[in-house]
Design a protein around this ligand. Structure first.
Ligand code: SF4
Length: 479
């Protein structure tokens, strides 16, 4: 199999290896006139932009080069927080660059924060879906929740990557709290620590559910101190006991992370044994196990996009401070969506420049098919997605790019902003779905926002809220 493409980052240069990396590097040096035009438009219109790390690299490259103060590229949780802050500071509208559930979460959190009058726009009229979010709308998921509702003391822990109406319907059926890939383990362990005999139903991401289960099972074979490091209220015995009441959904996957399978792992092990390994919690078991082994040896991380970025930052800081006495390039395998590269490059170059480290190199390896982008030989269109033979994604690594996220293009953003500028009628078609319907006497938007507020309360206090615990204990399942 051909070598994985990679991008070498130096303080003032990028050196791509392979056509896929060339494409990523090209987008990191956007046209200055485009940047200046977008900057001016955003400032003049008072628009705030919150974008996900997996955003289209061309658009991300331009946004990352803008000076406008109200631009934030982050994971999905921070997108909502950033939007609220922007509205607090006077943003007149918020554009969400991501998939639909992200825009819905931003809308819900702005409403809760008293900014119902600040419009939220997506950049597409058509739905921007997500294979994972859609899994939670399936009849199989309804049956899963139905079983949970018939089981006494059930708590549904739903991944934040789901739509607001899914969260609302789930919460109406079973007490529900959202989680992210960075707090999923802490949320589940806290629930088991705080609610005696609780059953936790996790979904819809099957790989993440299995990965959590495998992580906990693995710790039961280590020692009590390792268990307590995961959560102070747990030891090996409590983990063994809770695993019998931990349920996972079997039919939900992210199309991007699904690609990091057996062949990719074999090649990483063969060709990149010296590299740090990073992996998102959504990856299949083989990649998860590889990254978890690396994490336990201090040579990798499994977690959210933010956890991955923090890990890479820490490793570079250790090298720059001398705490890591290694020599040669710092090499990382990027086990998540390739759009992360924009934020990684910005961070690495800033740190390298600040430290005056002109010799040090950071290499990011994309474990994707080397031919995920192919050269055409055409000057006007030098590279195209997929292999020259026309096959596109493959089990050899695919292109590691989310087709839904890429529906957010630079052109679409411009078109929306021109409409905002001209105060065009019909901008409402860009709004997230509002879910004005009522469920259990409350609006779907309000009910769907509640699991997110439960997660925020947990984030602030380290404990599940009394209201959520009372809901779990108060609802009656079948005896
Ligand atoms: S990468 Fe795309 S398909 Fe996967 S969870 Fe994110 S939005 Fe959904």
């Amino acid at each position: 199999m051909a070598a994985f493409p990679s991008l070498t980052i130096r303080a003032d240069a990028l050196v791509p290896h392979g056509a896929f990396a060339e494409a990523q590097a090209a987008f990191l040096a956007p046209d200055p006139a485009t940047v200046a035009e977008l900057d001016a438009l955003l400032e003049r219109l008072g628009v705030g932009v919150v974008a996900h790390f997996y955003m289209d690299p061309e658009l991300q490259g331009v946004l990352a080069s803008c000076a406008a103060s109200r631009i934030r590229i982050s994971d999905s949780l921070m997108m909502a927080d950033a939007a609220v802050k922007m509205a607090d500071e006077g943003a007149r509208s918020i554009v969400v660059l991501g998939v639909d559930f992200m825009a819905e979460n931003v809308r819900a959190m702005l409403d809760v924060a008293g900014h119902a009058s600040v419009p939220v726009y997506r950049v597409a009229v058509e739905p921007i879906g997500c294979s994972l979010a859609e899994a939670a709308r399936s009849p199989a998921y309804a049956a899963y929740l139905d079983e949970a509702s018939r089981t006494p003391r059930s708590l549904h822990v739903v991944y934040i990557n789901t739509s607001l109406d899914v969260k609302a319907h789930a919460h109406a059926t079973v007490p529900t709290i959202t989680c992210t890939s960075s707090n999923v383990v802490a949320t589940i362990l806290q629930a088991f620590a705080q609610i005696p005999d609780v059953h936790v139903w996790f979904g819809p991401d099957t790989y993440m559910g299995h990965n959590v289960e495998e992580l906990l099972r693995g710790v039961t074979e280590l020692d009590d101190d390792t268990a307590r490091r995961l959560h102070p209220s747990h030891d090996r015995a409590s983990l063994r006991s809770l695993l019998q009441r931990f349920h996972t959904f079997e039919q939900g996957a992210c199309v991007v992370h699904h690609l990091f399978g057996e062949q990719v792992v074999a090649q990483v092990e063969r060709d990149h044994g010296d590299a740090f390994v990073t992996a998102h919690f959504e990856v299949p078991g083989e990649m998860f196990r590889l990254a978890l082994r690396a994490q336990r040896a201090g040579r990798g991380v499994v977690g959210s996009t933010s956890n991955i970025l923090d890990f890479i930052r820490r490793k570079l800081a250790a090298r720059l401070s001398g705490a890591d006495a290694g020599t040669g390039p710092l090499r990382f395998v990027l086990g998540t969506e390739a759009g992360m590269i924009t934020s990684i490059v910005r961070d690495m170059q800033r740190a390298l420049r600040d430290a005056g480290a002109v010799e040090l190199e950071v290499e990011i390896v994309f474990p994707v098919a080397a031919d995920a982008v192919a050269r055409t030989g055409d000057e006007a269109l030098p590279i195209v997605p997929g292999v020259a033979g026309g096959e596109g994604c493959s089990t050899a690594g695919g292109c590691a790019t989310c087709p839904f996220m890429k529906m957010n293009s630079l052109d679409a953003l411009y078109e929306l902003l021109r409409g905002v500028d001209a105060r065009e009628a019909g901008l409402a078609r860009f709004h997230p779905r509002l879910y004005g319907r009522r469920l259990d006497g409350r609006s779907v938007a309000e009910l769907g926002g509640e699991p997110i507020l439960h997660m925020r309360a947990f984030g602030e206090t380290g404990r599940l809220s009394e209201a959520l615990v009372a809901d779990v204990l108060g609802r009656r399942g079948a005896a």
